[in-house]
Design a protein around this ligand. Structure first.
Ligand SMILES: [Zn+2]
Ligand SMILES: [Zn+2]
Length: 213
């Protein structure tokens, strides 16, 4: 079975369908809504792409084209296929298709399921491999500088997972990957002038989110 991942929410735009293969069917918004409420996952997806003031009206005929526009650009792994949905020649949805390696569909589908066990050696090796792939094979991604950049003022040294600590980089240069995640509301264990000295020696791992460790 193939799965479908949301790639981007498309603001419906007219552009004609440029899909290859795929299929076309006719329906109405009323019918899509009714099938969606009966539990059809596909109709739920199609209905979710409907704009509020969508033309035509609920009972008017609708032409839906589902197909691929080709390989997705700058998507890892290379060759990942899209699945696009056009409704009355307007692009409503672009997703990417993925499946597990042992699935019969795997011979046709390039992308694999997301890795959810993020802490394993295998996952870290995959992350390193993807980083190298980006550095050495992605033409439109920026290249690392010949002279490594200055490191951020402070970093958490996690080389000893049981004993993380803050380090002041003091103008040291080095290569690093920035991990971006949302902090949400103010955090009780952020670095302040009063705990800086302590954190330079040790930060209780209990206080660090899993994302960092
Ligand atoms: Zn359906
Ligand atoms: Zn890249």
């Amino acid at each position: 079975m193939a799965h479908l991942g949301l790639l981007q929410k498309v603001h419906p735009s007219r552009g004609g369908d440029q899909t290859s293969g795929g299929f076309t069917y006719r329906t109405t918004w009323a019918e899509v809504a009714s099938r969606a409420s009966e539990g059809c996952r596909w109709c739920q997806l199609v209905y979710a792409t409907k704009e509020e003031e969508e033309e035509p009206g609920p009972e008017s005929p609708l032409r839906i084209v589902v197909g691929s526009q080709g390989c997705l650009q700058n998507c890892t792994p290379k060759g990942t296929q899209d699945l696009s949905v056009f409704i009355d020649d307007t692009l409503h949805f672009i997703g990417y298709v993925y499946t597990t390696a042992d699935d019969p569909a795997a011979q046709y589908i390039v992308a694999r399921n997301r890795v959810l066990d993020v802490g394993t050696t295998k996952s870290l090796a995959l992350a390193k491999q993807s980083l190298d792939e980006c550095i050495y094979t992605h033409n439109s991604c920026p290249r690392p500088l010949a002279l490594p950049p200055f490191l951020p003022t402070r970093l958490i040294d996690c080389s000893n997972v049981a004993h993380p600590r803050l380090i002041a980089t003091d103008g040291t240069r080095g290569s690093y990957a920035a991990l971006s995640y949302v902090w949400g509301e103010p955090q009780p264990h952020s670095t302040t002038v009063s705990n800086l000295e302590t954190y330079l020696k040790f930060i209780d791992p209990e206080h660090l989110p899993q994302t960092i460790l």
